[in-house]
Each structure stands twice: as structure tokens, then as C-alpha cells.
Design a protein around this ligand. Structure first.
Ligand code: FAD
Length: 299
């Protein structure tokens, strides 16, 4: 393959430490069996010294206690920085602020601040709580009033399904940064070109902060395509083709999934991307392999 030598260098790290920074996203487990898998994955990924490990928050606060318990335990048991997600759907400002204060008291200094969706899903219009924050931007502003948190927000390489135009989408991101967000993490995407176009639009609008690609390894094509359609991310035809007919062939499915994820991540590396956020779905195997390709190994 004709890869220019400066690009080859970015994939090969030799004795020097790679420049890549990773973060890992988990969801709070519901059952004992799920909790076992959660800890197994956290324990395997924590030694990679991620920038942070984050735990999602059920929109409407359905996981409030579990999210707090998991982030607190991750931080105390592994020493890795933990970030708690937070949404503002279905809650008053006072309720959301109480959660933020709870994070602060528990020593959590990182928050992934997102609006959340109505219980019917992203397809339905978002109706703010009458006394609540009306958007992620307002939520960021509210969090900043309470403490000096490191705040990550969302970004959408394919545009959020509810954004009426690219201008609104980019303005919204800019507003979130203006109100105190530290970085953005993207929704999953499978066409790297969408991500690069998005970053270009953001930079043209004067955004200088990091827009970290959110990478979704495909443990199950069926499950991930369901998630993608619910959150407005598209599944390219070529990707569907690659997994076509593999529902009953887990071994080939797993090999194709590693190849697809490796291709995506290394293409981003070739274009100079150094920060990655992995949606783990509480599994470690594919993510461990991808981190290794990035030269990220246990300390
Ligand atoms: P916002 O940034 O508020 O914006 C949503 C859309 O509305 C944008 O397209 C924006 O352009 C548009 N908009 C905003 N303000 C205006 C305005 N004034 N006028 C017109 N349009 C406007 N969900 C959970 O329930 N729990 C989680 O833990 C969680 N974690 C996530 C982590 C990441 C990295 C990402 C990318 C998403 C996450 N989500 C989570 C999903 C998220 O809640 C949904 O995508 C939700 O639909 C939007 O949230 P947001 O923070 O992007 O909203």
C-alpha cells in the first residue's frame, strides 16, 4: 500500500509513547450478571490509563443512583478519573443541580452533559420540564455555576435529527463551548468523511476545542444498527454488506467487526487524530485490541 512515510510513522510507535489519548464509555449495569461483566471490562481497560472512563445516565434520571455508585467505585477502586453523564430531560433545575452537587461531594470532577431524549425516543419533540434546563447548553451553564468541572458535550457528524440546519447545529455546539464545555465527543459514525466535514465546519465557525471521535465497535451488527437508527446515525450500504449473512456465524462476524473498527481508527490516525472515545457497551475485547493498534498499552 502506498502510504506516505510521515503517515506510516504515526501508526508505528517504536520505543516512544504514542501521542494517543483514549476514554471509555460504559453504561450502569442493571443485574448482578451485568455488573460482573461491567467490572471485568473496567478492570481490563483501566490499566490502559485512559483520560477518563465515563458512565451513562438514564434520561429522566432512571439510573441516578447507579451512575453515581459506578463512577465513585471506578475512581476509588482503579484510580482512573471517572466522568458521570448527566441529562436534564424530565427534571427541574433544582433536581439536576442536586445531582451535580452529589457528584462534586463524591469527588467526581468530570461530567458528560447532554440534554437527553423524551421516553418515546429522539423521534419525538423534546419538551423541557417547566422548571428545567431547556438544552444541553443551559445544562452546561448550570453545572459551571456549581463547580469547576471538566465538561464534555455531544456533537453530531451527521447532524442531530432535530437540528433544522447545519448552522443551528454548529451554533449550538459553539454555544456549549462558550458556556464552559471542555471538549465535544461525537455520536457514533461509520463514514470518517462525515467526521472530517463536521470538524471543518466547526473550525470555520471558530471552534478550537477538541471534537473527539466517538467510536462504536460493532459487537453485534443487528444491535448496533438498531442503536444507530434510534439516534440518527446512518449505516452505510458498504457496512451492511460486510455483515450481511453473518447473523449465525459469530466467528466471522467478530473478525469482520475487528477489521472494520481497525480500518476506521487507523484512517483517523492517518489524518492526525490523536484522541478517541470508545463506546464499550461494557465489553472490553474489541476496545482492547483497538487501543493496542493505537499503541496504548498498560503502564
Ligand atoms: P443539545 O445539544 O441541547 O441539542 C440537541 C439538538 O437540538 C441539536 O441538534 C441542536 O442543534 C438542537 N437545538 C439546541 N438548541 C436549539 C435551539 N435553541 N433552537 C433550535 N435547535 C436547537 N443520552 C442519555 O439519555 N444519557 C446519556 O448518558 C447520554 N450520553 C451521551 C453521550 C454522547 C457522547 C452523545 C453524543 C450522546 C449522548 N446521549 C445520552 C444522547 C443525547 O441525550 C441525545 O442525542 C439527545 O437527543 C440530544 O442531546 P444533546 O446534549 O446533544 O442536546
Amino acid at each position: 500500500m502506498n502510504v506516505p512515510s510521515d503517515l506510516r510513522a504515526s501508526r508505528q510507535f517504536g520505543d516512544s509513547r504514542p501521542p494517543h489519548q483514549v476514554s471509555f464509555e460504559f453504561f450502569p449495569p442493571k443485574t448482578d450478571a451485568m455488573e460482573e461483566r461491567f467490572w471485568d471490562s473496567v478492570t481490563k481497560l483501566a490499566p490502559l490509563n485512559p483520560r477518563f472512563v465515563s458512565v451513562t445516565y438514564g434520561a429522566g434520571g432512571t439510573t441516578r443512583e447507579r451512575t453515581l455508585r459506578m463512577v465513585s467505585q471506578i475512581q476509588s477502586q482503579t484510580g482512573v478519573n471517572a466522568a458521570a453523564h448527566l441529562t436534564c430531560v424530565g427534571a427541574s433545575k433544582a433536581e439536576v443541580d442536586a445531582v451535580v452537587r452529589g457528584y462534586k461531594e463524591a469527588g467526581i470532577s468530570r461530567i458528560v452533559a447532554v440534554r437527553g431524549d423524551p421516553p418515546e425516543g429522539v423521534g419525538k419533540p423534546f419538551v423541557p420540564h417547566p422548571e428545567g434546563y431547556r438544552s444541553a447548553a443551559e445544562l452546561v451553564e448550570g453545572i459551571r455555576r456549581i463547580g469547576d468541572f471538566d465538561i464534555s458535550v455531544s456533537a453530531y457528524p451527521e447532524k442531530h435529527p432535530q437540528a433544522p440546519s447545519w448552522d443551528v447545529e454548529i451554533d449550538n455546539l459553539k454555544r456549549k463551548f462558550g458556556l464552559g464545555a471542555t471538549r465535544a465527543i461525537t455520536q457514533m459514525f461509520f463514514e470518517n468523511a462525515d467526521y472530517f466535514r463536521f470538524v471543518e465546519r466547526a473550525q470555520k465557525a471558530g471552534i478550537t476545542q477538541s471534537i473527539v471521535p466517538g467510536i462504536q465497535p460493532i459487537h453485534s451488527f443487528k444491535q448496533i444498527s438498531g442503536f444507530a437508527s434510534r439516534c440518527g446515525a446512518s449505516i452505510p450500504h458498504w457496512l451492511a454488506e460486510r455483515f450481511d449473512g453473518l447473523d449465525d456465524d459469530p466467528e466471522t462476524h467478530a473478525l469482520v467487526a475487528s477489521a472494520v473498527a481497525a480500518e476506521q481508527v487507523l484512517e483517523l490516525v492517518d489524518e492526525g487524530i490523536t484522541e478517541f472515545h470508545f463506546y464499550t457497551l461494557n465489553r472490553s475485547n474489541l476496545v482492547l485490541a483497538l487501543a493496542r493498534l493505537l499503541g496504548v498499552r498498560p503502564d
